[in-house]
Write a protein that binds this ligand. Structure first.
Ligand code: IDP
Ligand code: MG
Length: 140
């Protein structure tokens, strides 16, 4: 069944000029871009988006990082796109992410308290619905 996922190109991806690479991978894979926006995340958006991580040691570094520059928010659709994009992204740790994945190809450890790993992708249908409403409040 076709589904939708919320993808973010994080500030490291925008700053390093990797938006086009990420979008091209999504398009070449065959997923469809439904929404696309260059935004600066508000504190409220980040608190809602990362609520599950509040209290963890990397939470404040993560929020500071996500506030450090513009991000690209997008909604992509396709059958099993939530799982499919997570596979394309690779695991969270840039050092462990497999070559061929977005994180494996484009990110690395910079010795910081937060992993700068280029992209976010929703991890479930429930997360996708919740996250799309945070980044596209007028509807997607
Ligand atoms: P995900 O983005 O692969 O779903 P999550 O566990 O949801 O990973 O964590 C959200 C983000 O927080 C990660 O993408 C990464 O930027 C950062 N992060 C997660 N775990 C760690 C950690 O152990 N150290 C530093 N940063 C982390
Ligand atoms: Mg996550």
């Amino acid at each position: 069944m076709s589904e939708r996922t919320l993808i973010l190109v994080k500030p490291d991806g925008v700053e390093r000029g990797l938006v086009g690479d990420v979008l091209a991978r999504i398009e070449r894979k065959g997923y469809v871009l439904e929404q696309l926006s260059l935004v600066r995340a508000t504190a409220d958006q980040l608190a809602a988006h990362y609520a599950e991580h509040e209290g963890k040691p990397f939470y404040q570094p993560l929020v500071d990082f996500m506030s450090s520059g513009p991000i690209v928010a997008l909604v992509a659709s396709g059958d099993d796109v939530i799982r499919g994009f997570r596979v394309m992204a690779g695991v969270s740790d840039p050092t462990e992410a497999a070559p061929g994945t977005i994180r494996g190809d484009l990110s690395r450890d910079w010795g910081e308290k937060v992993q700068k790993n280029i992209v976010h992708g929703s991890d479930s249908v429930e997360s996708a619905q919740r996250e799309i409403a945070i980044w596209f409040p007028t509807g997607a």
